[in-house]
Structures are given as structure tokens and as C-alpha cells.
Design a protein around this ligand. Structure first.
Ligand SMILES: *Cc1c(COP(=O)(O)O)cnc(C)c1O
Length: 356
């Protein structure tokens, strides 16, 4: 027997250092994020035919979402600059990630979240990691305006995706997709909220293309939720609503980045209904064994929609990013699956219910 791979995955800053802005070793704050699996879909041939479909399972990052990719870099940079505290507005996952990385860096984290609509898992993470959690009587967009104002005047580092180091870290997911496949996919589907992630992936693909590591670029396919689709509608939305709380954003910070990715790649920014999102959410869990949170399933819902509209063809390679883990949002899981069956301690009754 021989060991094939020695040494730990160093976290994405160390692994992709040549492609990232400089950072001093002593400032690197990592929970060994990145290197998430690209899972081959096997059981959805009835929907996708001979399209090769893969899932970039970002829920397997240390705090359970892709936000860790940007956060390792944003917090490391803040540490390098001597910051003592970080702050963010969040629909949940950013706060969980900021709180964890701040704890690792020995910093204070302040997080502003909307009062209500934060999935239980995410809120409990921010609390456990010792962040000061402020629930504001407003939505995400209000929270983001507040943290921008606060960081203008106080020595606290803003770690929302308007912090350019967030995008830098997040672009590494595109590198991993290329390395795992050996080429870039034909289409890349993503949920779109604040639009930082689609901006980051497009940047990543372009950098690998310029280096000659890949010889094609994917079409970027961003999907918003119908009740929260400002980019699709072409104007900000005062009161966004969707079951997919992670993408419940009415005025995305990286609006321009999303449009640029769409235009340059020949892709789309489109929307799917909450029903389509929940359908995809259940399909992934029950037929592929992959549990993601509702917002994440907007990518697969988008792919199903594009397949129905005849956009995707046999032979295409399609990647859907699943942005966050299903355990983040136990309430939606409980509300969208069959309830457990209560039974007496009686083997005959149990076998009868099992169908034997
Ligand atoms: C943050 C988040 C999104 C949206 O990503 P953006 O970069 O804001 O577009 C989607 N899904 C999950 C699970 C998220 O946490």
C-alpha cells in the first residue's frame, strides 16, 4: 500500500496563492475551506437526458456555505491591516461565516440581520461563534446601508461582498470546477442574491482562460427568485419576498457584475418561482442524496427551466452551484418532507406499516 496524497489541503489562500492578491503568511486565517466536491448527477435522466450535470456542493465548506471562500480572504486581509473587528449585513450565511473566521482570527464580529427570515442554523452559528447579533426591524438592504454607514466612521472592517477580497476568494470555486473537470463547463448555473458569487465565478473562469488552463468559457446562468428578482425586472425592489431567504435581496450590490457576466458569456439572468425552487430542493435530496438549502436549489430549478425551454442540449456539460447546506434551514426541510410515522413498540404493526 502506498499513500497517494500527503499533507493537508491548505485552505484556498495557500492552494491558489498565485491567483490571489498578496497576503502575509502570518495573517492567513483558514478553516481549510474550499476543495468541495463536484458531484455527478445520476438519477435525473428523465429530466436531463444525455446532458452531463454536476453539482458544486458548496454546503461542504467549514460553516456550510460558499461564503467561507470570500471570508477567509476578507478576514485575513482585515487581520493583516490590524483590524480588531469585522461587521456585515447578512441574510444568514455571511454572518455565520464572518463570526467563525473572526473567532479564528481573534477578532470581534458584529452582524446585522433582518428581524425574522433568518434560517435557524445560520442564526445559531453566528451566536455560537460569539458574534454580536443585531436583528434590525428592516430587510437585508436596510442592514447593508447601515453597515456601510458605520464603517465610514468607525475602525471596523466591512466584510460584505462589496469588500473586493470577498470576490477574490470566491472566484477560486471556478478554478476548482476547471481542475476537477479538466475543462470549463458549457453552462454554469448559480442562484443570484447580492450577485457577488456570479461576479466571482466569471472572474475566476476568465483568469484560468487567460492562463490557457481552459480553452472555452461557460455561459453564466444566474437565477433569482420570482418575488425577489430586481435584476430580471430591471429595477430595485422595495419589499422582496421568497422562501429562499439567502437570495431575498431587493437591490444587489454586484448588480453590474451580474450583468457583465451575463453579457460577456452569452448567458442569462432569469428567475424561478418558489414552487420551482422547492421542487428542485426536494428532487436533489430525495433522488441524488444531496441536501442543500432552498436558495441553492434555484440553480437546479434554473437548469430544469432552461432544459424545458430547449436551451440545453445533449452532450452539454452543466454545473449547478449548490451554495449552502440543507441543515442550515431545518424548518424548510421539515415543512417540505413527509412527517415521521408514530408507532407503538409492536413488531407486527411496524412490519405492516413497512409494507411487509
Ligand atoms: C449568499 C448566498 C447566495 C447568494 O449569493 P450572492 O453572491 O449574494 O448572489 C445564494 N445562496 C446561499 C445559500 C447564500 O448563502
Amino acid at each position: 500500500m502506498q499513500l497517494t496524497r500527503k499533507g493537508l489541503w491548505g485552505g484556498l489562500i495557500r492552494e491558489f496563492r498565485d491567483f490571489l492578491p498578496e497576503i502575509s503568511d502570518s495573517a492567513i486565517t483558514t478553516l481549510r475551506e474550499g476543495n468541495t466536491p463536484l458531484v455527478e448527477v445520476e438519477n435525473l435522466k428523465d429530466i436531463f437526458g444525455d446532458i452531463r450535470l454536476l453539482l458544486k456542493y458548496e454546503g461542504l465548506n467549514p460553516t456550510g456555505s460558499f461564503k467561507d471562500r470570500g471570508m477567509t480572504f476578507a478576514v485575513s486581509k482585515a487581520r493583516e491591516e490590524g483590524a480588531k473587528a469585522v461587521i456585515c449585513a447578512s441574510t444568514g450565511n455571511t454572518s455565520a461565516s464572518a463570526a467563525a473566521y473572526a473567532a479564528k482570527a481573534g477578532m470581534k464580529a458584529y452582524v446585522l440581520v433582518p428581524d425574522g427570515g433568518i434560517a435557524l442554523g445560520k442564526l445559531s452559528q453566528a451566536m455560537m461563534h460569539g458574534a454580536l447579533v443585531l436583528q434590525i426591524k428592516g430587510n437585508f438592504d436596510d442592514a447593508l446601508n447601515l453597515v456601510k454607514e458605520i464603517t465610514k466612521n468607525y475602525p471596523i472592517k466591512l466584510v460584505n461582498s462589496i469588500n473586493p477580497f470577498r470576490i477574490e476568494g470566491q472566484k477560486t470555486a471556478a478554478f476548482e470546477v476547471c481542475e476537477h473537470l479538466g475543462f470549463a463547463p458549457t453552462y454554469h448555473f448559480l442562484p443570484v442574491g447580492n450577485a457577488g458569487n456570479i461576479t466571482a465565478y466569471w472572474k475566476g473562469y476568465n483568469e484560468y482562460y487567460r492562463e490557457g488552463f481552459i480553452s472555452n468559457l461557460p455561459k453564466m446562468m444566474g437565477f433569482q427568485a420570482e418575488g425577489s428578482a430586481p435584476i430580471v425586472l430591471g429595477h430595485p425592489i422595495e419589499d422582496p419576498h421568497t422562501i429562499a431567504t439567502a437570495i431575498k435581496i431587493g437591490n444587489p450590490a454586484s448588480w453590474e457584475g451580474a450583468l457583465k457576466a451575463k453579457k460577456e458569456s452569452g448567458g442569462v439572468i432569469d428567475m424561478v418561482s418558489d414552487e420551482e425552487i422547492l421542487e428542485a430542493y426536494k428532487l436533489l435530496a430525495s433522488r441524488e442524496g444531496v441536501f442543500c438549502e432552498p436558495a441553492s436549489a434555484a440553480s437546479l430549478a434554473g437548469a430544469i427551466k432552461m432544459k424545458k425551454e430547449g436551451v440545453l442540449n445533449d452532450g452539454d456539460t452543466v454545473v449547478c452551484t449548490l451554495t449552502g447546506h440543507g441543515l442550515k434551514d431545518p424548518d424548510n426541510a421539515m415543512n417540505n418532507s413527509p412527517k415521521p410515522t408514530k408507532v407503538p413498540v409492536d413488531i407486527d404493526k411496524i412490519l405492516e406499516i413497512m409494507g411487509f
